[in-house]
Design a protein around this ligand. Structure first.
Ligand code: FAD
Length: 364
């Protein structure tokens, strides 16, 4: 016998937990299906979150979001006030940007617990394998839902079960957390260190999350080899990592369609990543809330579920599309460090700031 819920959310990442929390707060019965044994582990993230004021400036049509981003200080690892962009020839561009690094495993757990406190039921070690009409088939039995939420990350399997396309370009990333005392600034390295992407240093309390992401069509070198060179360049080649990880970042932009039948997609599954800076936590959470509101209106008032589509696009697509345009401009210069350096000097610090903050690169 299938357990029955109003909403079955697949994936307890930021998108799924926020969707589950707000749907449960609205009085719906909600199940969250998560294949991992412990939510948020292993960490596959640079662990950087823009401050709430930066988020509000980027996603200025998403309404009041303070409460959603009200996270306990114990989860915040280090506050940062600047992003320092290193050109391929090591010219520095300093962009003011307030944010913080988190212990991502604790961050995801906090969001899942917040959803549970609102009334959602979390099922860990439970892998969703398929969908038959309104019933999700998992490794731990069947879950029936009026609405199914595909919050299952970049591979977007849930959407594919109802014919929805997920991201078509996924950038492979590699990272290590290294011990040490790092200044409260986020560093981004462009050009040869990470062809088609960028390399980062994200400072944490007593360590830094250091990594890079690339597009394979810009280099024949392996991720591991590039990463070794990058660590050596930073003088960190002989440090013993606290942990090593990697993952995939959607780079193809937002998908064409996010609703089909009784299924909606949120977060990475729908390509909702700021591709100019790789940030996906914030858009995943914002979309999770919009998804919950749309599902609630659908179940309680009979509003068509596909109202979700224009609603999230009205709130979020402009900055996400700007970010993707910036990424496309950058893509043109990855083949040559000299050209990349020149283009950065034309774009300048202000242009970089606009790119990072998901505004039009050239101000129009
Ligand atoms: C290396 C790397 C570094 C990054 N750095 C940053 C950063 O610094 N800042 C930032 O904002 N973003 C960063 N991102 C992006 C960010 O991690 C994602 O955009 C964000 O996690 C998206 O949230 P989500 O809830 O959509 O998906 P996810 O966080 O991927 O959550 C999906 C969940 O679904 C579960 N799941 C998947 N399939 C199934 C299934 N069939 N059944 C049950 N459960 C399933 C997964 O186990 C997972 O818990 C980074 C990504 C990578 C890979």
């Amino acid at each position: 016998m299938a357990e029955t819920f109003d909403v079955v959310v697949i994936g307890a990442g930021p998108a799924g937990s926020v969707a589950a929390q707000y749907a449960a707060e609205a009085g719906l019965s909600v199940a969250i299906i998560e294949r991992r044994t412990r939510v948020g582990e292993p960490v596959q993230c640079g662990e950087f979150v823009p401050g709430v004021e930066e988020t509000k400036a980027i996603f200025d049509k998403c309404g009041d979001i303070d409460e959603m981003f009200n996270v306990p200080s114990s989860i915040i690892s280090k506050h940062t006030d600047e992003i320092i962009v290193h050109s391929p020839k090591d010219k520095l561009y300093k962009v003011p940007f307030i944010g913080f690094s988190v212990e991502r495993k604790d961050f995801d757990k906090f969001l899942a617990i917040r959803a549970e406190k609102a009334g959602a039921k979390l099922f860990t070690s439970t892998h969703a394998r398929g969908l038959k009409n309104d019933t999700v088939i998992t490794t731990k039995g069947e879950f029936k839902g009026k609405v199914i939420v595909g919050a299952d990350g970049p591979l977007a399997r849930v959407g594919s079960w109802v014919g929805l396309d997920g991201p078509t370009l996924l950038a492979p990333c590699i990272l290590e957390e290294l011990p040490g005392d790092f200044e409260p600034k986020l560093h981004i390295y462009l050009g040869r260190w990470a062809p088609g992407g960028y390399a980062w240093i994200i400072p944490k309390a007593k360590s830094a999350n250091i990594g890079l992401g690339i597009q394979h069509n810009y280099t024949e070198q392996s991720l591991r080899k590039l990463f070794k060179k990058y660590l050596e360049h930073l003088g960190l080649g002989d440090k013993k990592p606290i942990f090593k990880s990697g993952g995939l970042v959607p780079m193809s932009g937002i998908v064409k369609k996010t609703v089909s039948k009784n299924v909606i997609m949120v977060g990475d599954a729908a390509g909702m990543v700021m591709s100019s800076n790789g940030g996906g936590i914030v858009p995943a959470m914002l979309a999770g809330k919009i998804a919950a509101d749309s599902i609630t209106a659908h179940i309680k008032k009979g509003t068509p579920l596909d109202k979700y589509e224009p609603t999230w696009r009205a709130g979020m697509s402009k900055p996400l599309k700007n970010a993707q345009k910036t990424q496309r401009v950058a893509d043109k210069f990855f083949k040559s460090d000299t050209q990349f350096d020149l283009s950065l000097s034309i774009v300048g610090r202000r242009g970089l700031e606009r790119g990072i903050k998901c505004r039009p690169l050239f101000g129009i």
